[in-house]
Design a binder for this molecule. Structure first.
Ligand code: ADP
Ligand code: ZN
Length: 609
């Protein structure tokens, strides 16, 4: 009998298992059940695909994301594995033919949506064939408390009742302890072996910046770090997604808006181009993302604050699913914090609910303003401890300077007080700066002792106000945005408490310093080969009407550039090239490598020509 490792190598083209893949596969292959929590991009699919191939019969995969089934089946076909899906997007003929293939025992894997999986028809159909296993993907959809709740998931125990001897595996990337227990109970998986992995996404570099001019700084970041890469930019409003998409397009990037206000056809077209074309940027509200499985999203940027840390982690988690270096980049300003605080006050939810919202918001602001390792804070929020600072986030790479802001904060607070606690930050800052604006003169606020006090400039005052609001010393009125003192400001004003704050970063730079450059950045000498490979991949993808990453991953192209294989045997050793891809694409790839030799010096280029 072939071993799991042989299949990994020959069919998928990878040389070793990752994390606990091997153990999970062994559990299923020998007939046991498994519950798997693995981060996005960790390699969950293989955990059921390989046992489905090893065991007799067909593996049934329950997946809530109809849009993804096609990609998964296409990707399996590229590796020479027989898979199909059944869902409502297909015509009756197509469904009939798949039923026939299923009954004939020709399929290793069959993907179905949850609502279909528990229908009597389908159960009856399954009763007539041999089942290798049942895989329940995105198992957190079973949780009533999560945002992806799918009632049909609660019916899935029926599959188990009907086929008690078929091994099952439930998989998710987003579950806290409570959700895991819910999955176990609802799916009757109490006896399943648990494989719980860290939430960490080590390939993602986290950066959170404060200040104004977000759009320009976004462009600096994209221009410097991702001049050709695909990415997602999240904005808070529909209007803003369109404006930012235009802004990026005017700078020569393909950037497409995506939000719930666009008609269905436009949305589908933009999503399709994001998936199928290389290097497209989607500028979206949170309406975009669920079910986006594109592995080579190289950055996720937020213009403005996400809803809470859970959303932030889920949204940034869409970057770098292929395990290659990726960036999570966020910028927010004073207005964001004011808006968030106001929303909190306005919400007419009951008190208990508000309290939870409030805690979540505090946690998010804490993450943004903190001066220590972001990854430690993020993982800590999900109940995981990272012993050492990660060395791969903005605060680790450039530890932020702090300053004793006590005196300046006292000036700011007392200026808010003396101007009557009814003006917004812009006005109060003008007073602090000593700007003789008409309104200020009318209000005789130029006569206050806090007029023109202190040594900060406008940017520094704004940074200070942002942090005072973020930390709850100042409150902002829900209707007019007027600032007032919160009870927490008392000890500070009274001199009973000191305040240490992040220093305002004048450089407004977003790029990371050279020493932290992404390890997988291509050497300049490899660029022409990489582009040639990419071009060929695009052509193959077009011919077969599949996304480029279904053909070959970026990682594989990069490895070809690094290894420069000269023979079919050498090419077979490149990760992601299994027997099936070697046969289909090998000759052409080798030819491209030969046509694009390394240009290490000018004379060498001439010699080769
Ligand atoms: P998940 O579903 O956990 O987000 P996938 O199953 O889509 O992740 O796998 C993520 C990527 O990792 C895929 O490109 C997959 O081919 C690759 N991968 C999975 N297992 C391995 C392995 N053992 N070695 C190398 N790459 C792997
Ligand atoms: Zn860190």
């Amino acid at each position: 009998m072939t071993s799991a490792l042989e299949i990994l190598q020959s069919r998928f083209g990878f040389d070793r298992f990752r994390l606990q893949q091997q153990a999970i596969i062994d559990t299923l292959t020998s007939g046991g059940d498994a519950l798997v929590l693995m981060p996005t991009g960790g390699g969950k699919s293989i955990c059921y695909q390989i046992p489905a191939i090893l065991r007799a019969g067909t593996g049934i995969v329950i997946s809530p994301l109809i849009a993804l089934m096609q990609d998964q089946v296409d990707a399996l076909a590229q590796n020479g594995i027989a898979a199909a899906f059944l869902n409502s997007s297909q015509g009756l003929d197509a469904q009939q033919s798949i039923r026939r293939r299923l009954l004939a025992g020709e399929l290793d894997l069959l993907y179905v949506a949850p609502e279909r999986a528990v229908g009597d028809d389908f159960l009856e159909l399954l009763g007539r064939c041999e089942l290798a296993l049942i895989a329940i993907d995105e198992a957190h959809c079973v949780s009533q408390w999560g945002h992806d709740f799918r009632p049909d998931y609660r019916e899935l125990y029926r599959l188990h009742e009907r086929f008690p001897d078929v091994p099952r595996i439930a998989l998710t990337a987003t579950a806290d302890g409570r959700t895991l227990r819910e999955i176990e109970q609802q799916l009757q998986l109490e006896d399943a072996a648990r494989y719980i992995h860290s939430f960490d996404r080590p390939n993602i570099f986290y950066r959170i910046a404060q200040g104004d001019g977000g759009r320009q700084r976004l462009w600096d970041f994209i221009g410097e770090r991702h001049p050709r890469d695909a990415g997602i930019v999240y904005c808070l409003s529909r209007k803003n997604t369109e404006a930012v998409a235009e802004f990026l397009a005017a700078r020569g990037r393909v950037a497409l808006p995506y939000h719930a206000g666009l008609d269905k056809a436009t949305r589908a077209e933009h999503q399709r181009r994001f998936l199928r074309d290389d290097g497209v940027i989607i500028v979206a509200t949170i309406a975009f993302g669920m079910g986006i499985d594109k592995p080579d999203v190289r950055f996720v940027a937020h213009l403005g604050l996400p809803k809470n840390i859970e959303s932030y982690y889920q949204e940034t988690g869409r970057a770098g699913r292929d395990g290659e270096p990726a960036d999570a980049w966020l910028i927010y300003g004073l207005q964001d914090i004011v808006k968030l605080r106001q929303m909190m006050q306005l919400s007419d939810a009951d008190e208990a609910y508000k309290r939870v919202l409030h805690q979540k918001m505090e946690a998010l602001l804490g993450l943004c303003e903190q001066t220590g390792c972001r990854r430690q804070a993020l993982l800590g929020y999900f109940g995981e401890t990272l012993a050492e600072p990660c060395g791969h986030c903005d605060n680790c790479v450039e530890p932020p300077a702090t300053w004793d802001a006590t005196e300046a904060a006292q000036m700011a607070l007392s200026c808010v007080y003396r101007t009557g606690q009814r003006f917004g930050a812009a006005y109060v800052i003008d007073v602090l700066l000593g700007n003789e604006r008409d309104r200020i003169l009318q209000n005789r606020h130029h006569e206050l002792s806090t007029f023109g006090i202190g040594e900060l400039d406008a940017d520094e005052w704004r940074s200070l106000f942002r942090q005072l609001i973020a930390r709850g010393y100042l409150r902002s009125d829900e209707r007019h945005g007027g600032l007032s003192l919160a009870p927490a400001s008392k000890p500070l004003l009274a001199g009973a408490e000191r305040l240490e704050l992040r220093r305002f970063d004048k450089r407004k730079r977003t790029a990371r310093p050279a020493k932290a450059a992404a390890p997988a950045d291509l050497a300049a000498a490899d660029q022409p080969l990489f582009e040639a490979l990419r071009e060929q991949r695009r052509a193959w993808a077009e011919q077969q009407a599949v996304p480029p990453y279904v053909i070959l991953h970026d990682k594989t192209l990069r490895a070809i550039c690094a290894e420069r294989p000269q023979s079919s045997d050498a090419l077979a050793l490149v990760p992601g090239i299994g027997a099936s891809k070697l046969e289909r694409y090998g000759d052409k790839l080798l030819e491209i490598v030969r046509r694009n030799p390394v240009a290490s010096s000018e004379s060498e280029v001439e010699a080769i020509d």
